[in-house]
Write a protein of this length. Structure first.
Length: 155
């Protein structure tokens, strides 16, 4: 015969919200929820937010600010010297590509700490499509493929 649960059909749970299913409303109850005016819905929402705002103001008034030596020590001292101009990874790659011999993917990966697919995506998406450079490739016998751009726009 098998397990006891297999011998007789199981009772199905009632359809309700507790079981994760939508409860079925009667036609009149459904009509009432549809006819509820928008201002009354907004008013009920405003009452809830107003109550939570009152609680947050009350709780923040009782809190006091605690400053520790560790919190103030985390801020690095400001130096009077202006920082040098930041060189972006894009600028590094464009500099490599504008050299006469160009650059291999391995060199570009090392300069940017990118993976190979990211370098190739940069060449196709940024260099060719966005910036509009003509990208030329060359590969000598037994050598790696090298990429270069003809001219670099002045900035």
């Amino acid at each position: 015969m098998g397990w006891p649960s297999q011998s007789r059909p199981r009772a199905r749970p009632a359809i309700c919200g507790a079981w994760g299913r939508a409860s079925v409303k009667s036609g009149a109850a459904n009509q009432r929820s549809l006819n509820m005016s928008t201002p009354s819905i907004a008013k009920s929402r405003n009452l809830k937010t107003a109550a939570s705002k009152k609680r947050s103001v009350k709780s923040s008034a009782t809190r006091r600010k605690v400053t520790s030596a560790a919190a103030t020590a985390k801020v690095p001292p400001k130096s009077d010297e202006p920082k040098g101009e930041r060189v972006t990874k894009q600028e590094r790659l464009l500099t490599l590509l504008s050299q006469a011999e160009g650059a291999s993917i391995a060199e570009m990966m090392q300069a940017t700490d990118w993976q190979q697919h990211s370098v190739r995506g940069f060449l196709a998406g940024t260099v060719k499509k966005k910036l509009g450079f003509s990208l030329t490739t060359s590969k000598a016998a037994g050598d790696v493929r090298r990429y270069r751009i003809e001219t670099r726009r002045g900035r």
